[in-house]
Design a protein around this ligand. Structure first.
Ligand SMILES: NC(=O)c1ccc[n+]([C@@H]2O[C@H](COP(=O)([O-])OP(=O)(O)OC[C@H]3O[C@@H](n4cnc5c(N)ncnc54)[C@H](OP(=O)(O)O)[C@@H]3O)[C@@H](O)[C@H]2O)c1
Length: 201
């Protein structure tokens, strides 16, 4: 698949490396193709390219949002309609930016007709490339109302080594953002490689 990742920072770069290692084509959509972060991401991923957000999403099968939430509106303003396109939101919004709505719910309003899903937000970016090497698989929670988008996100999560878990509908996307506060507390004790896992019994 061709995956357009909007944002080439910690999360965008980390997901880009993992998706490329799984055999996908990665194109970054960024405000500055020459920024230090963008150049670092490109250097790590053979054949990846960076362009403006509007150009990056052209012909993409999947679009991933991995910018800072303050940049959502400006980034969306550069995009064509994403109606019918699978859009994965990997962002979290905290602190002064906190609202009762998730970034995914904001995107649903800003991108009418897009097939939205929340994923890849409940673990530190350092873990995207090493998920397949864990003795106990790390769960990747995926929430949204669009079943196609959920299927795509779950397949991508599995391909890069996570155990994908259906975490419910759009209403739970804010819950997944809040879960990160728990992950951060756990990371204090266990380090940033800590992950949520499923225990059945
Ligand atoms: N860090 C983690 O472990 C982690 C894990 C899961 C989810 N998240 C969430 O993912 C999101 C991104 O986090 P990150 O750690 O990847 O951040 P980051 O390393 O700072 O990267 C942010 C990206 O957003 C772009 N950006 C920032 N401000 C912008 C603006 N005003 N206009 C346009 N683009 C802008 C940056 O572009 P420039 O390079 O041009 O500045 C960069 O590409 C956040 O919501 C975060 O909570 C983080």
């Amino acid at each position: 698949m061709r995956i357009a990742i909007l944002g080439a920072g910690n999360v965008g770069g980390g997901l880009g490396r993992a998706f490329a290692a799984a055999g996908h084509d990665v194109v970054f959509g960024v405000r500055d193709p020459e920024s230090v972060k963008t150049l670092a991401a490109l250097a790590d991923i053979p054949d990846s390219v960076a362009a403006s957000p509007g150009v990056a999403v052209e012909g993409a099968d999947v679009v991933v949002f991995a910018v800072r939430p303050v940049a959502i509106t400006a980034t969306v303003s550069e995009l064509p309609s994403l109606a019918g396109k699978v859009v994965i939101d990997a962002m979290n919004r905290f602190d002064a930016e906190v609202t009762a709505r998730s970034t995914t719910q904001d995107l649903a309003q800003l991108l009418p007709g897009a097939k939205l899903v929340k994923a890849f937000n409940t673990i530190g970016f350092e873990n995207f490339g090493s998920a397949g090497a864990r003795s106990i698989p790390a769960a990747m929670f995926i929430a949204g109302d669009d079943e196609d988008a959920k299927r795509v996100a779950m397949r991508l999560a599995e391909q890069i080594g996570f155990q994908p878990e259906d975490a419910g509908g759009m209403a739970n996307t804010k819950v997944l953002e809040e879960m990160v506060k728990v992950w951060m507390a756990l990371a204090q004790a266990h380090g940033r490689t800590v992950a949520f896992a499923i225990s059945e019994g």
